[in-house]
Design a binder for this molecule. Sequence first.
Ligand code: SF4
Ligand code: SF4
Length: 180
Amino acid sequence: MGEKKKKIVKTIKVDLDKCNGCRACEVVCSAFHAAPKYSSNNPARSRIRVIHEPLKDVYVPVYAGEYAKAECMGRDKYVIDGKEYDEGSFCRASCPSRDLFKEPDSALPLECDMCEDDPPQKEPLCVQWCLNDALTYEEREEEVEEEVKQEDVEVGLQSMVDKYGLEKIIDTVARMSHKG
Ligand code: SF4
Ligand code: SF4
């Protein structure tokens, strides 16, 4: 068991009744995380996706969550307004079973970082850009177990190792360092 410590818990509340599927949140998220910042936008690179399949009369903004290296055994199934959605439609994980929440060029996993970047934002960008107030940002202090969070680079490397195998990654790095 880890030690308890105070932590600011950040939440984005999603009000489905207010979302009209405009996808401004996807545009600004991908632009904010582009390199350099705001140099491009591509919803496929966004860490929030507005899911509207298979029934197009409700829009569900879903935030990219943790990377999962294997397809999970369990499945979520949602019923909204009496309409049943496909299994896993609103799952937050970046996992091998689908392309959602993966950087399209590199296939590296994407995860919402609450826009904790430079310059600091008063609120996450998707919340600021949602003109319909479907997204509301909240903060509260909680006592939590201290956890060791994986660095972004570690998560990225892990996904490459899962995809290509450790040996191939080591060979490639060795080859690259010879070139350098
Ligand atoms: S910006 Fe707001 S209303 Fe538009 S798709 Fe995103 S959550 Fe929905
Ligand atoms: S909080 Fe920031 S990183 Fe997360 S989905 Fe919204 S814009 Fe993207």
